[in-house]
Design a protein around this ligand. Structure first.
Ligand code: ADP
Ligand code: MG
Length: 697
């Protein structure tokens, strides 16, 4: 897959230049200089020879086959070269040239024409407007980057060429090796999804890093990532995720959504490790590329000073890792050689006068403790310690263990050499303990994701015919918002539990309805025009007597008449009162990249202020539904605090899965809120007492 891009037998550089400083020169120079063994054909009608290679006037003049063409001619000439590629049967092309979509309308038009033509000619294209590609296994550097990365196991793709350059330079400085580099450019043809899949299949690539600004096809990308991340970690930094949902939304879910949530959800659901900063990206890359994944969350910290140990312990507390208990035998063995003031419990503080021998002995003992899954070694450069000697000891012991060993030697001048030793021996090393912890945490989350059993999906019986009928009639009436009764019908068709309700047009009907349903009841205005009923004085809860029913009927109707005189009043809804329900909100929204999303949060009037919500892309697996419920900060409230009965979490999960199915079945639903779903105590279910649904044609 895309093999001709990464291990071609021959490469033509169209627009190869004789002048150093020109991109067409740099590319040719890079291809020739770094050991590429295939045939190289510079194409330049004005040259006989460039950099010692015979030059050709055009692709047709080359008599042998060409696997890959790298194009660096002016934008107006690119189309002609694509035609030549078609004639010469070159089916893999990297277009370095800029001046297309990124410059505006005219460029976009030209790019589109080029895309159409390339498709017709069966030519695959990386770029345009990119830095090029590099493959260290075939020693091919078909880019104008300054330098060649060391061979290694990290594959990197990037939507920004500048970032490729920066990463390359970082990698050279830190001794980090790469398998492949792909600068995606404008992604006219080949996008992140295909590059991801091809790196997934590449034996030399063990870790995949990516920098993305946008994703072409969210669902396809997720599918690819799910597949690849089963065997290789994918670490992505995504920029430009400011809310696209800033539009005026009529539902809470719509107002709370936004592409940031969509990306987070998509990454979580496909096993992608998200790096929040460049620093994290580098930090994670080092750890994932060089160390085994931790088999569990138990971390041991070895330190020669208290403060950094505590900082690391705090960071550990905020992560999914935890400080490992130390087995008694381990503690006893440590006591044999550590001074009495040392702490043999985690963080293991071997104190300020620790020498490299003490570090080494401690690490050796700690690595043998089977309760411990990972070790972080901290060092502050005291006078007593020779940091380089410590580093050499760590390197030696780390080679013989299947547990991840990572380090944070703080300072600069006196730890520089030690860091260098770590870099040379693939031991991840960080400036600060927090960065080390966050890398380990990312490794643990990835491992947890990978170990999870196959995703379970549920299918519910649903009366989709009924739903289709209702939607058709609404569209016919040129409406988009469903009235309460319609929304209730839809939810009923999907098996949601709804409170018993009747619409009463008179006080007498209200009293009759209340006695039918059984007191206490709730009464609400029934009007297609009142969006937020309680804001208008249109809701009364806890109505316990017939007199209260009569009063409520009068109050509710007159409130609405006063505050929203134009509202059509259909009557007052008398509704079963759900006691002891915890209010949660469930919703559907649609993301441009990823499609249907389901939201969950703690309900009530503060939902848009607290923003304590979780999103996932539909269809939801049972595991994702469970995870999103636990994702919100206020989850402990649902489990019950101070002797409260726990809420029926299974019923929430069930409701989320039904809603997810509905979102997938009916793309015409653009927004929906169930606010609130009243969740009863464990085993007693959940009831959708209020719902809003918006559709489009
Ligand atoms: P709106 O959101 O339009 O103001 P709701 O129907 O959501 O109207 O009612 C407002 C609040 O009243 C709910 O958030 C809930 O606290 C309470 N409530 C509504 N219906 C019931 C019910 N059937 N049982 C118990 N409480 C209810
Ligand atoms: Mg409501």
């Amino acid at each position: 897959m895309l093999e001709d891009f990464f291990s071609p037998s021959s490469v033509a550089v169209v627009g190869a230049s004789q002048n150093p400083g020109k991109i067409g020169y740099d590319i040719l120079n890079n291809i020739l200089r770094h050991g590429y063994a295939g045939a190289v054909y510079p194409i330049n009608p004005k040259a006989q020879e460039i950099l010692g290679c015979k030059a050709y006037a055009d692709l047709a003049s080359v008599t042998s086959d060409i696997d890959l063409a790298v194009i660096a001619v002016p934008p107006s000439a690119v189309m002609g070269v694509v035609e030549q590629c078609g004639k010469k049967k070159v089916d893999s092309v990297v277009i370095i040239t800029a001046g297309f979509k990124e410059i505006g309308h005219e460029g976009a038009l030209l790019e589109e024409q080029m895309a159409v033509r390339a498709r017709e000619l069966d030519i695959r294209v990386v770029g345009p407007n990119c830095l090029g590609i590099i493959d260290t296994a075939s020693c091919l550097n078909a880019s104008f980057a300054a330098g060649m990365p060391l061979a290694g196991h990290i594959g990197f793709f990037s939507q920004s060429g500048a970032l490729c350059v920066a990463i390359l330079d970082w990698a050279l400085g830190e001794n980090v090796g790469f398998s492949r580099f792909v600068s995606l450019g404008n992604k006219m043809d080949i996008s992140e999804t295909e590059v991801l899949l091809s790196m997934g299949k590449d034996d030399n690539t063990r870790v995949i890093l990516g920098y993305l600004e946008s994703i072409e096809d969210g669902q396809r990308f997720m599918e690819a990532a799910k597949q690849v991340s089963k065997t290789k970690p994918i670490i992505i930094i995504k920029s430009g995720t400011t809310s696209a949902g800033a539009k005026a939304a009529s539902s809470h879910t719509g107002a709370l959504a936004g592409s940031e949530h969509a990306y987070n959800a998509a990454f979580k659901q496909s096993g992608i490790v998200r790096a929040e900063s460049m620093r994290a990206l580098f930090g994670y890359a080092m750890a994932f590329a060089n160390q085994p994944l931790p088999k569990g969350p138990s971390l041991a910290i070895i330190t020669n000073s208290g403060g950094p140990g505590i900082l690391a312990a705090d960071a550990c507390d905020r992560s999914s890792l935890h400080l490992s208990p130390i087995r008694k035998e381990t503690a006893d063995r440590l006591r044999e050689f550590l001074p009495p003031t040392a702490s043999v419990y985690n963080p293991i503080d071997i104190i300020g006068d620790a020498s490299h021998e003490r570090y080494e002995k401690t690490l050796a003992v700690v690595l043998k403790d089977e309760l411990i899954h990972a070790v972080l070694i901290l060092l502050t450069p005291t006078a007593a310690v020779n940091a380089e000697a410590v580093a050499r000891g760590v390197v030696k012991l780390a080679e013989d263990t299947d547990k991840p060993v990572i380090t944070a030697f703080m300072g600069e001048k006196r730890v520089r050499q030690a860091r260098k030793i770590f870099q040379d021996h693939a031991i991840p090393t960080y400036d600060y303990p927090e960065d080390a912890i966050s890398a380990l945490d990312a490794m643990l989350s990835y491992r947890t994701w990978r170990e999870k059993p196959e995703r379970q999906f549920r299918h519910y019986e649903a009366d989709t015919r009924k739903v289709r009928e209702i939607f058709a009639s609404i569209i016919k009436q040129h409406r988009h918002d469903l009235i309460e009764n319609e929304a209730r019908e839809i939810l009923k068709a999907y098996g949601f539990r709804l409170p018993d309700s009747r619409i009463a047009r008179t006080t007498k009907e209200a009293v009759a309805a209340a006695s039918d349903i059984g007191l206490p009841v709730v009464m609400k205005i029934a009007s297609p025009d009142v969006l937020h009923k309680s804001d208008m004085g249109g809701v009364r809860v806890g109505i316990e007597t017939t007199t209260m029913v009569e009063d409520a009927f009068f109050d509710i109707t007159s409130n609405i008449q006063q505050r929203q005189p134009e509202a059509r009043i259909l009557g007052v809804m008398v509704q079963e009162m759900i006691p002891q329900g915890k209010e949660v909100i469930l919703g559907i929204t649609r993301d441009i990249q990823f499609g249907p999303m389901v939201m969950f949060g703690l309900g009530g009037i503060y939902v848009e202020v607290l923003k304590d919500v979780a999103f996932r892309i539909a269809p939801l697996s049972v595991e994702s539904a469970d995870a999103m419920i636990r994702d919100i900060r206020s989850f402990p409230l649902l489990r019950g605090v101070r002797g409260e009965a726990p809420a029926d979490i299974d019923a929430i999960r069930d409701a989320l899965l039904r809603l997810s199915q509905m979102a997938v079945d009916f793309p015409e639903i653009i927004e929906a809120d169930i606010n609130p779903l009243l969740v009863c105590p464990e085993g007693q279910g959940a009831v959708a007492v209020d719902a809003r649904i918006t559709i489009h044609e």
